[in-house]
Design a protein around this ligand. Sequence first.
Ligand code: FES
Length: 481
Amino acid sequence: MSRLADAVPQPVAPSDVAAKLVSLALPARLVAPLDQARRDARVLGGVLRGQRPTPVRTVTQGPARAPHLEEVDLIDALFPRRIAEKLQQVRRDVGTVVGVLSGERPAPTVARRPRTTPVSTAPTTVATRPLRITRVVRETPDAVSLFLEEADGKALSFVPGQFLTFEVKREGQTLRRAYSLASAALPGHAPHVTVKRVEGGRVSNHLVDHARAGDVLHALGPSGVFTVTPDPSAADPADSTSPNAARHLLLVAGGSGITPIASIAESVLATEPRSKVTLVFGNRRLDDVIFRARLKTLQARYGERFVVDHVLQDPPAEWTGARGVLDATTQRERFTTLGVDLARAEIFVCGPTPMMDAAHEALSSLGVDPSRIHEERFTSPEQRKPVARPKGPQPVLVTLGGTKREVVQREGQTLLEAGLASGLAMPFSCAMGGCAACKVRLVEGDVVQEEPNCLTASERAEGYVLACCSRATGPCAVEVP
Ligand code: FES
């Protein structure tokens, strides 16, 4: 078979749809020249935009070509997939009825060919689910805890350290923000997030001021890999015969960065009777300390297994604890003074970016292997560097579960949105660059990606991008791992 016979049509472009509409009004003899002119213009346009005339294709699939006009299905091109399928069914039914009325015999019923692409019942958009606020508790003058349950009354389940993404409408815009679950992930502990007022925070400040019991929030997740899995069998570290040594966690938090850290600390202390936790917690003033009473209660309950070291920038006169900003010097000094066993501690860091960068500097100068440092960095979309959004639709070849499928990324869509809209069961969780659940390997072409995000240096070096915050700038191919 010739390569041309194998040629696969490119996705339908807006110019194809326009030409199809024009062709409906033209005499039949003019349709073929119009079709040829359109396909030539499409190739020329691609070349002028710097694209290769033949978009991404594997050799086994053969080259791509502009679709013929008869292949342009206006219903497919103009409507979302689910509506298009319904309209196409109506069109088939009407066609059958008209045929029967005009004396044709209807075609016999045949079984549909099984789909060769991984179309599933997965959502076709980044769909949230409702969570109900059961209680609102003021933690500090600037922070509230929102206790949550699933809208059907079921408990929310999560792993210590995970976060939820809330989708909130503000001034006509839909905004997404991530909030860590701060409660222990233990039976009998009601799940809650704790939200702190931030300067210019459109969602945080709205929740701090207006969230009430009974309100419903729209959420994605829980998500994230900044987690521990508490192990009740963790044994005495001195017992070299035990396969499950008890652990020593060093937790470093600044401000509202305490939220996932508190969940990790309480869950591990309650579940692992021989593990130890040291928390270094920086705040400006004593009144700013979120969970001050909760931490005190845990200290009283767990004694020397739980060391809490408050470091205040602007302490009250009677303060006898540590003072200063949690820069690299202060952190190095606190870790040494507290006698943290840095040779075996697992380290979790969450807080403002300068504090986290300082933690890396301090720990690296003390010889800590970076692989033992876990960190959680949150940035709202407004804090990200602006990236130019690609214009027009782009073809994206997605390999998922060993099957290839070409989808069209429409203007404004991310790779994830394009894949979901085409019925592909692309994995995702937070939809805002914080969990890596949506990572795909870019095997051909280019994307623009919003930064910063949670991809590690090694993931970047291996060619991974996050589908939820990347957009193809031309024909491209990605593989879902
Ligand atoms: S879905 Fe979480 S990073 Fe993309």
